[in-house]
Design a protein around this ligand. Structure first.
Ligand code: NAD
Ligand code: IPM
Ligand code: MN
Length: 358
């Protein structure tokens, strides 16, 4: 079998801690099967900045480009907050997404039944929750121009531009409709078309594309209402399609429905199915270095990698089943632990998944 290279970019803060556990899962799959994955570690974010003076060194970008898939931990932290904007750790993440055209960001929010009591919402509101957020990842206000800070009439003015071309909207709409076809065939497109022209175009193009998917029931919702509905009655959603910034915000909100942001994996795909896989959470400076972060989002991101890039669905199923058994056995990291319960550490949680991975 030809080599299957996985570029591993642990990044900063808990990124390193959770990625280490995910790599152990990949190594176990290697030992147990002829999967033949090869992990190549390269620095990214603040860690890369400290080593090489840039958050996305040329070697890291080319390793990511040449690999079959990318596993990323998280980037950022207070140490680098005062660095010039173009050298901030977050720029590396945006650079990877943009350079590799990873426009389709899939963020599933699934409640494992064992975690119904870990959510801050009532169990009956969240039980059975299974939402797929499809977030446009290489356009919108994150990348639009003009942007900057300038001085006008003696005071500074900051500005960004939210923009989408028809082709950018079309390709992400197709991703979302295809996802809906694999699921309950309900798609809710979230925008701000009552105020923004860019959303008006978004809504028009999505509606037009829907004629190619007659089996999918399309609805539209304003983003402010969508936030409220996610907390009020989240199970009304099947697939949510939205823009870069709205998707960023909605997915963090959706994460708490599943018990913790430490549970949410993601896949960022290009048109050829190449993917970068990462937890939705960040580098969590408040708990970094303590060995207490939840590694499950990153481990579940490996399952997404197996499914979307390597079409190793049986292996992906095994990882998800192992996570489910670990939770059923009552293991909880601090973010999930109930009152009075002693939480397990990051590596104990990782080991428990390995032990269940048969
Ligand atoms: P964050 O997601 O890092 O943390 C928010 C809260 O969630 C914190 O209290 C943290 O302890 C907790 N948390 C996050 N992941 C957890 C896990 N796996 N287990 C247990 N608890 C977890 O968001 P933030 O604090 O707003 O950002 C911190 C840094 O991370 C910033 O520099 C930000 O830019 C960066 N960031 C990076 C990414 C990424 O690399 N994809 C995503 C979001 C934020
Ligand atoms: C995410 C993060 C990133 C984003 C930041 C760190 C650039 O919040 O992956 O959700 O805003 O996309
Ligand atoms: Mn985010």
């Amino acid at each position: 079998m030809s080599k299957r290279i996985i570029a591993v970019l642990p990044g900063d803060g808990i990124g390193e801690e959770v990625t280490a556990e995910a790599v152990r899962v990949i190594e176990k799959l290697n030992a147990a099967t002829d999967a033949g994955f090869e992990c190549v570690h390269v620095p990214v974010g603040g860690t890369a900045y400290d080593l090489h003076g840039t958050p996305l060194p040329e070697d890291t970008l080319s390793t990511a480009r040449d690999a079959n898939a990318i596993l990323l931990g998280a980037v950022g932290g207070p140490k680098w907050e005062s660095a010039p904007r173009e050298l901030r750790p977050e720029r590396a993440l945006l650079g990877l997404r943009s350079e590799l055209s990873l426009f389709s960001n899939l963020r599933p929010a699934i409640l494992y039944p064992e975690l119904a009591d870990a959510s801050t919402l009532k169990p009956e509101v969240v039980s059975g929750l299974d939402i797929m957020i499809v977030r446009e990842l290489t356009g919108g206000i994150y990348f639009g121009g003009p942007r900057g800070i300038e001085t006008v009439d003696g005071q500074r003015r900051g500005f960004n531009t939210m923009e989408y071309t028809e082709s950018e909207i079309k390709r992400i709409a197709h991703s979302a409709f295809r996802a809906a076809m694999q699921r309950d065939k309900r798609l809710c497109s979230v925008d701000k078309a009552n105020v923004l022209e860019v959303s008006e175009l978004w809504r028009e193009v999505v509606t037009k594309i829907s004629s190619e998917y007659p089996q999918v029931e399309l609805s539209h919702m304003y983003v402010d209402n969508a936030c409220m509905q996610l907390v009020r009655a989240p199970k009304q959603f099947d697939v949510i399609l939205t823009t870069n910034m709205f998707g960023d915000i909605l997915s963090d909100a959706a994460s708490m429905l599943t018990g913790s942001i430490g549970m949410l994996p993601s896949a960022s795909l290009n048109a050829d199915g190449k993917g970068m896989y990462e937890p939705v959470h960040g580098s969590a400076p408040d708990i970094a270095g303590q060995g207490i972060a939840n590694p499950l989002a990153t481990i579940l991101s490996v399952a997404m990698m197996l499914r979307y890039t390597f079409t190793e669905n049986a292996m992906a199923d095994k990882i998800e089943a192992a996570v489910q058994r670990v939770l059923a056995n009552g293991l909880r990291t601090a973010d999930l632990a109930r009152e009075g319960e002693t939480p397990v550490t990051t590596s104990e949680m990782g080991q428990a998944v390995l032990d269940e991975l048969v």
